[in-house]
Ligand binder design. Structure first.
Ligand code: ZN
Ligand code: CU
Length: 496
């Protein structure tokens, strides 16, 4: 047999969670065609001795909606081994888009999403066409963002939708699912998601359920009312029939530490009743979002000023990397005044990093067998983004697998590959087996690590040797070859 690529002598971790095996992997075209002891000729041979060969990682929680078009090399993702991302999270994304939504997003979007380009499409299908006509280095699956759907019908009105409005919103969700979305996301913590009653979300998730899609949610409250939010999420899943993904499952704020024991228990009870519900998480004790959202959500007033770091701000670049405490000291102004000045005007898009989680909780969530890995990376071109953008997957493999042994390597890889592929119905992805797409990562389990810091977050992780996307070597010996061979993965309603 002749191969385009043979990867020899690697330790294969196939994404199912099964123990590793020593084997070669043969690739022809865009598929894996053989796994075993392979003797055939190959146009290209990669020696993977002392390295792990795994399915490319799936970042189930990405905000690269515009970055995929603006910076299609996606170096920050692919250099950590990611070959597929799920965009459209937290209720925000690029389509559908009317003028009202475009204005809304342009206000705070650039520092969250990076440059937003011409942003001229209207329907979900048109946006997907844009993604397809300008492929990125990684594959992409998409969620329909609730904020876009709400703006599409209610514009910026903060009211409850009428029955007719709901029907029009359902039609937008249907248009997105028909175009190939994997599901819908909400950000019930943020405006305009926060104005939606549970019933509105159920009505929309019902459309998602008809297509076997996923309902992913940044819940209403991840702090004092975490458990109520989990209950609401479960109710949405049970009443709509959609599979549920809890985004960045966590308990924020010192007084809530430990609550993930209960939130995970609620998830398990729902699973036992038959609900398809799972979570994702990033492996850090700090979160990151806009400063304005933290103020609006009442988070800032309860956080210690030393726990809030400015990641990027158009107001004063020299504040980037400094805490609110540092800035108050620098200016001699009160905390209230400092924050007010930071979010005024174009400061609407100031992004903060907030240290609010307990390491023990982070470990509890990561250790849970149905937790996937999602970076929640904010792909800003300015400032100092949360290091999760560059380091999430390397951090799990380095710190949580090798250093503290919270997970076995096989388990961690499963949660980054086979499990999310199954959840989001990414057909023939996430596994190393005959017939699977050749999305592969070759890494050194001894050296892979997240070396980014909150002060210097833009560092690519060491130990990622090669990354193959749809049969094309995109990262070779740690270097990006400039290839963009990613695909839009349209949802497969029939399942895998
Ligand atoms: Zn979120
Ligand atoms: Cu997010």
């Amino acid at each position: 047999m002749r191969y385009d690529i043979v990867i020899r002598n690697g330790t294969i971790i196939d994404g199912t969670g099964q123990p590793s095996v020593q084997a070669d992997v043969g690739v022809r075209g865009d598929r894996i065609v053989a796994v075993g002891s392979l003797s055939g000729e190959a146009s290209q041979a990669i020696d993977a001795a002392d390295h792990v060969v795994a399915p490319g990682f799936i970042d189930v929680h990405s905000h690269d909606d515009f970055a995929l078009l603006d910076r299609p090399l996606c170096d920050f993702k692919i250099l950590q081994g990611v070959t597929t991302e799920v965009i459209g999270n937290c209720g925000f994304g690029a389509a559908p888009a009317n003028d009202a939504y475009r204005n809304f997003l342009r206000g705070f979007g650039p520092l969250l999403f990076g440059p937003m380009g011409d942003f001229s499409w209207e329907t979900t299908a048109e946006f997907y066409h844009a993604l397809e006509s300008r492929p990125a280095a990684v594959n992409v699956a998409c969620l329909i963002p609730h904020a876009a759907v709400r703006y599409g019908v209610l514009s910026d009105e903060k009211r409850e939708p009428t029955a007719q409005d709901i029907e029009r919103m359902q039609a937008l969700v249907q248009e997105g699912m028909d175009a190939g979305a994997a599901g819908m996301s909400t950000g019930l913590f943020y405006a305009p998601g926060r104005y939606a009653q549970t019933e509105e979300v159920i009505a929309l998730a019902k459309v998602v359920a008809e297509y076997n899609g996923v309902y992913a949610t940044h819940m209403r409250d991840e702090a004092d009312h975490l458990l109520d939010s989990i209950q609401e999420t479960i109710r949405i899943g049970e009443e709509s029939g959609a599979g549920v993904q809890i985004s960045h499952h966590k308990a924020m704020g010192r007084t809530n530490w430990g609550k993930v024991r209960d939130s995970l228990a609620l998830v398990e009870q729902a699973q036992a009743r038959g609900l398809d519900i799972s979570s994702d998480a990033y492996p850090y004790t700090a979160g990151s979002t806009t400063l304005a959202a933290l103020v609006q959500g009442g988070v800032i007033e309860r956080a210690a000023p030393s726990d809030v770091l400015i990641a990027s701000t158009p107001v004063q670049h020299e504040y980037e990397g400094k805490t609110l405490e540092d800035i108050c000291q620098l200016t001699g102004k009160s905390l209230q005044q400092t924050v007010a000045e930071l979010i005024a005007g174009e400061g609407e898009s100031t992004v903060a990093v907030i240290f609010g989680m307990d390491e023990a909780d982070v470990r509890r969530v990561l250790a849970h067998p149905t937790t996937m890995i999602g970076s929640d990376g904010i792909p800003s071109v300015a400032g100092k983004p949360h290091p999760r953008l560059y380091g999430t997957f390397a951090c799990v493999l380095g710190k949580y697998v090798r250093d503290i042994q919270l997970l076995t390597l096989e388990e961690a890889v499963h949660r980054m590959t086979g499990l999310p592929a199954q959840k989001f119905r990414l057909r023939d992805r996430g596994l190393i087996c005959d017939g699977s797409y050749a999305d592969l990562v070759i890494f050194d389990p001894q050296t892979v690590a997240d070396i980014g810091t909150y002060q210097e977050p833009r560092r690519h992780p060491p130990g990622i040797h090669s990354v193959i996307v749809n049969g094309t070597v995109t990262i070779e010996q740690g270097r990006h070859r400039g290839t963009c061979n990613g695909r839009l993965l349209r949802h497969d309603a029939a399942g895998i």
